[in-house]
Design a protein around this ligand. Structure first.
Ligand SMILES: [Zn+2]
Length: 274
């Protein structure tokens, strides 16, 4: 954690300081070593928030792009369950920065708990993630919107544990090691997989990290999904609907022809009278 309570004030760690955990109230010790980012740790027992993970420079770098009072906001469910969101905007949007592997059940539990949220996932965890994306993106199709693409097989480009999320998942491939010359397209930008499919296609958005942060800070959607829905999803839905209507009409026509053929006797049986 970046913040613990010292004399009733949210305080960053400094050597020798003792604080209280803002979630459970138990004592926390300031850890200010040279290896890991400076943080607060629970004295003795493990963290009271089971979803909490040790922070990396990557986490801290992202969180620090937002104001301190939006960081590490404690949320309580109606059942009393408490979790610390990485960043929570004034508008009630949670941003979660995920570095380590997350089991699908846990991902779903977090999506359900936070409701309105966006994931930012590090694309550097596995060596194959960035090269696979660099290869997969060659099959993206453009749309009328700059930086917005259609993608038929998102699981060929993104880690499969993230492809069925019900909220936007933004991949940060910056600092991932890919072939030389290929890292440029990842510099300073995010690649976001939007939830849902239309006409079996996913929508992928490329936007700069600065735009993402600026929009969130201005209490706007970090990814302009309403506009993307209107300009990309809706035409796709229309096309799908039209195609379905055409194939339905074709099926009806085939059925009509078939029943006509059945109604017409194929041959006449002649009865010989004696
Ligand atoms: Zn605690």
């Amino acid at each position: 954690m970046r913040f613990a309570i010292v004399d009733n004030v949210r305080t960053v760690p400094s050597p020798g300081l003792i604080g209280a955990c803002p979630v459970c109230g138990s004592p926390t010790i300031a850890k200010c070593g040279a290896v890991r980012v400076h943080h607060w740790a629970h004295k003795g027992e493990r963290h009271c928030d089971t979803w909490w993970e040790p922070e990396t420079d990557w986490h801290r770098g992202w969180k620090d792009r937002f104001q301190a009072d939006w960081q590490e906001v404690i949320l309580r469910s109606q059942t009393g369950e408490k979790h610390i969101s990485d960043v929570r905007t004034e508008r009630g949007l949670t941003l979660e920065f995920q570095f380590s592997h997350l089991r699908p059940e846990e991902r779903m539990a977090r999506e359900k708990f936070y409701g309105s949220m966006v994931w930012v996932v590090s694309g550097t965890r596995l060596k194959r993630d960035a090269p696979r994306f660099a290869k997969g993106m060659r099959n993206f199709h453009g749309t009328p919107l700059k930086g917005v693409y259609r993608c038929h097989f998102p699981e060929e480009s993104f880690p499969t544990e993230w492809t069925n999320s019900v909220v936007p998942v933004c991949f940060d491939f910056e600092d991932a090691s890919t072939e030389p010359g290929k890292t440029e397209q990842f510099r300073g930008s995010l690649w976001c997989l939007l939830p849902g499919r239309v006409d079996k296609q996913a929508v992928v958005v490329n936007l700069s990290k600065d735009t993402f942060v600026a929009r969130a800070k201005a209490n706007r959607e970090p990814i302009p999904s309403a506009m993307i829905f209107a300009r990309v999803f809706y035409p796709l839905m229309e096309a799908q609907r039209r195609r379905a209507a055409i194939s339905q009409a074709a099926a009806l026509q085939a059925l009509a022809m078939q029943s006509q053929a059945l109604a017409r006797p194929r041959y006449r049986r002649r009865f010989r009278r004696f």
